[in-house]
Design a binder for this molecule. Structure first.
Ligand code: SAM
Length: 257
């Protein structure tokens, strides 16, 4: 039976699985890493196209069947481990890793940020997440879903939603809609002097969405510092671009706040 605490919802719709694999488009020379292979619904078609595949599965009860089914293929390696604590640099980085996973939704945000902060060379990631989370990840300034997650992702990567998937594609069906997101890490075209200051500004700004940026940042930055950063103090946080948040954060680096 599926284990709730590991967020187990297994894909069983072959048409959907085929579309996901087409989006990933694994190449023979890639190095793939699958997080949470479960019963191998994605593992098998991934291995068909790309022989070099490391999988990370936390559930010890699933590991023997995975090893039995795929262990005979020379490029396959099973890691019985927690993807949140896994050392991705141990996998090498040439070619850059391509990460794939139908993730347990309770670990998706911490895992995403751990991966974006990891020194391991990551080419791209294709993850199945709650649709609502993907909507927030890909939202642009001015859109209703635009918020802290959108800015945090945009400052480290480019994210695109590729397809949405209803609960019926899974066994057991989850309560929510899912979506596949493609995330390509990249260095943004603006500077962030201090990541902690940037995160602090985002947290303060978006904890008061209805407030102007001037009111939201009270105690952190005064009106003239906001203007010096090139931002209109009367704007609301959901109107500011990631570059503007960086400019705000860079103002208070080194200042007392
Ligand atoms: N990939 C399979 C599929 O699509 O049918 C299974 C997807 S299921 C939503 C999530 C999988 O991630 C389960 O196999 C679960 O045991 C595994 N998992 C949960 N937490 C994990 C963690 N921290 N590290 C690695 N795997 C984890």
């Amino acid at each position: 039976p599926a284990r709730k605490r590991f967020g187990q919802h297994f894909l069983h719709d072959p048409a959907i699985i085929g579309r996901i694999i087409d989006h990933i488009a694994p190449a023979e020379t890639d190095h793939l890493v699958e997080i949470g292979p479960g019963r191998g619904a994605l593992t098998e078609p991934l291995l068909d196209r790309c022989p070099r595949l490391d999988v990370i599965e936390i559930d010890r009860d699933l590991a023997p069947a995975l090893q039995q089914r795929f262990g005979g293929q020379s490029g396959f390696t099973l890691h019985e481990a927690d993807a949140l604590r896994f050392d991705y640099t141990s996998l090498g980085g040439d070619p850059p890793l391509r990460l794939v996973g139908n993730l347990p939704y309770n670990i998706s945000s911490p895992l995403l940020f751990a991966l974006l902060a990891s020194p391991a060379p990551i080419g791209d990631m294709h993850f199945m997440l709650q649709k609502e989370v993907v909507d927030r990840m890909v939202a642009e300034p001015g859109e209703g879903d635009y918020g802290r997650l959108s800015v945090a992702v945009a400052s480290r990567a480019r994210a695109e939603r590729l397809m949405t998937i209803g609960p019926g594609a899974f066994q057991p069906p989850p309560k929510v809609e899912s979506a596949i997101v493609r995330v390509r890490p990249r260095v943004p075209d603006f500077a962030i002097d201090c990541q902690r200051d940037f995160d602090r500004v985002l947290q303060a700004a978006f904890s008061a969405r209805r407030k102007t940026i001037r009111n939201g940042l009270k105690g952190l930055l005064d009106r003239s510092a906001i203007i010096d950063a090139g931002v209109d103090p009367g704007q609301r946080p959901e109107q500011l671009t990631p570059a503007e948040f960086a400019a705000l954060a860079n103002r208070f680096t080194g200042e007392t706040a």
